[in-house]
Design a protein around this ligand. Structure first.
Ligand SMILES: Nc1ncnc2c1ncn2[C@@H]1O[C@H](COP(=O)(O)OP(=O)(O)OP(=O)(O)O)[C@@H](O)[C@H]1O
Length: 578
C-alpha cells in the first residue's frame, strides 16, 4: 500500500493544493489559505471513476484538451436527494495541473494502480439489455447519453442488445455463451429486471446441476452481478436498493463495482417453480388491483390509481389458509423500527450465518437447507380466515409513493421475508392501513394487521366444507375493527377463526359500490412483482443473498450530510472533511 503513496503540490485553476494519495484515499487541501479556512476534499479511491490525461470533460459530451501537464480525476459526488430517500450521485470532476509531465505521469499511474487494488469488484465486461419500449420509451437514449460515456471512461467494454420481444433477455441468459462477462445490466423497469433475474438465477442453477423446481433445494448463489438502469414505468427494485430512481446514480454504482446481496423468494406450486420474486407477492387487494389494471392498459400509468380505487371500493376479502415458518426473532423483527441502510449490520451478520461453510462450496446454504427440511415441519405456524390481503416482501419495497414501503424494517439480504396479513376489516380501517404507507405512521399498529418475519410461506384455499361452515356462521365485514384478529398473535388468529369471521363473499360486507361487488370471485390472484401468477395455492421460500446487484443499499443522507463538523460517520466515509 505504501508503494501507492504519493504526495505533491498540484494546481486546480490558479490555486495551489497539497495532494496526497494514501492508498484508500485521495485528498487535496488548499495550501495558501489561512488555517481555519482550509478545506480538504477527500475522495475514497473506491469512488474514483476514472483518471484521464489532459483536461477532459465527458458529460454531456466528451471534450479532451490534450496537454502534457494536466490530468483529470472523475469521482462520485453526492448531491441533495431531490425527494428520493437516498442521495443522488453525480460525476465529480477536478482538473489538476502539475509543473511537468513526469509528475503528471506519476500521478495517473499511482491513481490507476490504487483503483485496481482497492476496487476489486469493478466490472470489465458487461452484457447490456435495453428494453426500447419500457416506461417512456427512453431506454436507448438514457443508455447512450448517460451510461455508455461512463462505461467508456471506466474502461468497461459492453455488449449491448436492444430487445425485440419479451423474454429475449431471459432466453439469452439461459442459452448463450456468457464467458468473460462480469455482470448483466438491465435498462428498463421492474418487468425487465424480473426477466434478467430469472435468466441469471436459471443459468446459475443449470450450471450447478440444481433443480429449481424443488423448494427444498438450496440454490446456488449467482456470481454474475445485475445492474439496473431505471427506465421503466415502475422502478421499485432500483428505488429500494439504491434509494433513488436516477440513471446516473445507478450507472455510477455499476462502474465502481458496488455489490449488494439480495434475497430472492422462489414461488412454487405443487409441481414446479412458478416464479422468483424480490419485492412483493400479494394476494387479495394487490392481486385484484393488478388484475383490474391489466384490463385498462390503455390508460397508461393512471390505470393503477383507477384500479386501486375500484378494487378498494369493492371491499373484497378472501378466505385462505396461510402457513409460515418464522425466522429467528432474536436476530431481527419487522417491528423493531430499524431501517436496512447501506452497510446494514443485520444483513452483514446474515452473510456469516448464511454462508457459514463458505469454504466448502458443496455445502453452501447448508444451514438454510436443514431449516427448510421436513424436520422443521413442527415449526410452521398456521392461520386461517378471511383476508383483505396477504403479502410477502423480501425487502422494504419502498417506492416514491411510499418512501418507507410495505415493510419499513425489512432487510435486503438477511435471508427472510416479511409476511403481512390484513384480516377482513371495514373499508375505513383498510383505508387507514393503505394511507399509512404514504406517511411515517406505523401501518402495522392496527388491530386487523399482523406482520411476521419468515423464511417460508404456504398458502392454500380452505377446503370447501370448512368454507361452507364458516359461511354459515360468518361475521360481517362491518364489525368493529378490533374483531378481526389480534395483531401479531397466533392465538389471536385462531381466535379469529373461532369467531367465525371466515366465509364466502357476504352481501353484508358491501360498501358503497354494489356494482363492484356483484361479480366478486371466491378467490383472488397473486401479484408477483407486477405479474399475475397462474396458480393460487403456492409455497414460497426465501433464498438468502441469492443474487448480487451493483448497488449498496440506501445511503443514510442524514448521516452523510446533516451532521456536525466532527461527525464520525463523515470522517469514516471521508466525504467532506473540514
Ligand atoms: N422488445 C420488447 N417488446 C415487448 N416487450 C418487451 C420487450 N423487451 C422487454 N419486454 C417486456 O416488457 C415488459 C415490461 O418492461 P419494463 O419493466 O422494462 O417496462 P415498464 O414500462 O416498467 O413495464 P410495465 O408495462 O409493466 O409498466 C417486461 O416484462 C419485458 O419482459
Amino acid at each position: 500500500m505504501e508503494a501507492e503513496r504519493l504526495e505533491s503540490s498540484l494546481w486546480v485553476g490558479n490555486k495551489r493544493y497539497r495532494a496526497v494519495l494514501t492508498g484508500w484515499h485521495f485528498n487535496w487541501t488548499e495550501v495558501d489559505k489561512k488555517n481555519r479556512d482550509k478545506k480538504t476534499i477527500s475522495v475514497p479511491v473506491a469512488e474514483v471513476v476514472g483518471v484521464e490525461e489532459g483536461r477532459v470533460e465527458i458529460l454531456p459530451q466528451k471534450v479532451v484538451e490534450d496537454t502534457d501537464k494536466d490530468f483529470t480525476v472523475f469521482y462520485v459526488k453526492r448531491s441533495s436527494s431531490g425527494g428520493s430517500s437516498g442521495l443522488l450521485w453525480r460525476l465529480g470532476r477536478t482538473q489538476f495541473s502539475c509543473p511537468g509531465r513526469v509528475l503528471r505521469d506519476q500521478w495517473t499511474k499511482h491513481l490507476r494502480a490504487a483503483l485496481k487494488t482497492h476496487s476489486p469488484l469493478r466490472p470489465h465486461k458487461l452484457l447490456v439489455f435495453i428494453n426500447p419500449f419500457g416506461g417512456k420509451k427512453k431506454g436507448r437514449a438514457i443508455y447512450h447519453s448517460v451510461v455508455a460515456p461512463l462505461f467508456e471512461l471506466a474502461g468497461i467494454s459492453s455488449h449491448v442488445i436492444v430487445t425485440e420481444r419479451a423474454n429475449q433477455a431471459r432466453d439469452h441468459l439461459l442459452k448463450k455463451d456468457l464467458t468473460g462477462f462480469d455482470g448483466v445490466v438491465c435498462v428498463g423497469g421492474d418487468g425487465m429486471f424480473s426477466e434478467i433475474l430469472h435468466g441469471v438465477i436459471g443459468r446459475t442453477q443449470q450450471e450447478a446441476g440444481l433443480c429449481e423446481n424443488d423448494p427444498a433445494v438450496a440454490l446456488q448463489p449467482c456470481s454474475l452481478h445485475i445492474g439496473i438502469i431505471p427506465a421503466g414505468s415502475t422502478d421499485c427494485v432500483c428505488y429500494a436498493t439504491v434509494g433513488a430512481i436516477d440513471p446516473l446514480t445507478s450507472a455510477l454504482h455499476i462502474v465502481i463495482g458496488d455489490s449488494q446481496p439480495l434475497d430472492v423468494c422462489s414461488v412454487h406450486d405443487a409441481a414446479a417453480l412458478v416464479r422468483y420474486s424480490v419485492s412483493m407477492l400479494g394476494y387479495g387487494f394487490y392481486g385484484d388491483v393488478l388484475a383490474e389494471s391489466e384490463k385498462h392498459r390503455w390508460m397508461g400509468p393512471l390505470r393503477y390509481d383507477y384500479s386501486g380505487t375500484m378494487v378498494y371500493l369493492s371491499n373484497r376479502s378472501y378466505a385462505g389458509v396461510v402457513q409460515y415458518l418464522p425466522a429467528d426473532p432474536l436476530l431481527s423483527s419487522p417491528r423493531d423500527k430499524t431501517r436496512c441502510l447501506s452497510g446494514c449490520s443485520v444483513c452483514s451478520r446474515s452473510t456469516e450465518r448464511l454462508f457459514h461453510s463458505f469454504s466448502d462450496s458443496g455445502s453452501l446454504y447448508s444451514s438454510h437447507f436443514s431449516e427448510f427440511s421436513s424436520d422443521s415441519e413442527g415449526d410452521w405456524v398456521s392461520v386461517e380466515g378471511r383476508f383483505r390481503c396477504v403479502s410477502l416482501t423480501c425487502m422494504s419495497s419502498s417506492c416514491p409513493r411510499s418512501p418507507y414501503g410495505l415493510s419499513p424494517s425489512a432487510h435486503l439480504a438477511d435471508g427472510t421475508g416479511d409476511l403481512i396479513l390484513v384480516w377482513e376489516t371495514n373499508p375505513l380501517g383498510f383505508l387507514k392501513f393503505l394511507y399509512r404507507h404514504t406517511s411515517t405512521q406505523d401501518q402495522f399498529d392496527l388491530p386487523f394487521v399482523e406482520v411476521h418475519r419468515v423464511k417460508a410461506v404456504r398458502f392454500c384455499l380452505p377446503s370447501s366444507k370448512e368454507e361452507e361452515s364458516h359461511g354459515e356462521t360468518g361475521g360481517g365485514a362491518d364489525e368493529e375493527e378490533r374483531g378481526y384478529g389480534a395483531a401479531g398473535s397466533r392465538a389471536g388468529s385462531q381466535q379469529h377463526l373461532a369467531d367465525g369471521a371466515a366465509g364466502p363473499e357476504k352481501p353484508g360486507g358491501a360498501f358503497l359500490c354494489g356494482l363492484c361487488r356483484s361479480a366478486a370471485p371466491a378467490a383472488s390472484v397473486w401479484n408477483c412483482d407486477g405479474e399475475i401468477l397462474p396458480v393460487t395455492e403456492i409455497l414460497c421460500r426465501v433464498h438468502g443473498q441469492l443474487v448480487r446487484l451493483y448497488a449498496r443499499g440506501i445511503e443514510d443522507a442524514a448521516a452523510l450530510h446533516g451532521c456536525s463538523e466532527d461527525c464520525d460517520e463523515c470522517e469514516r466515509r471521508c466525504i467532506f472533511n473540514k
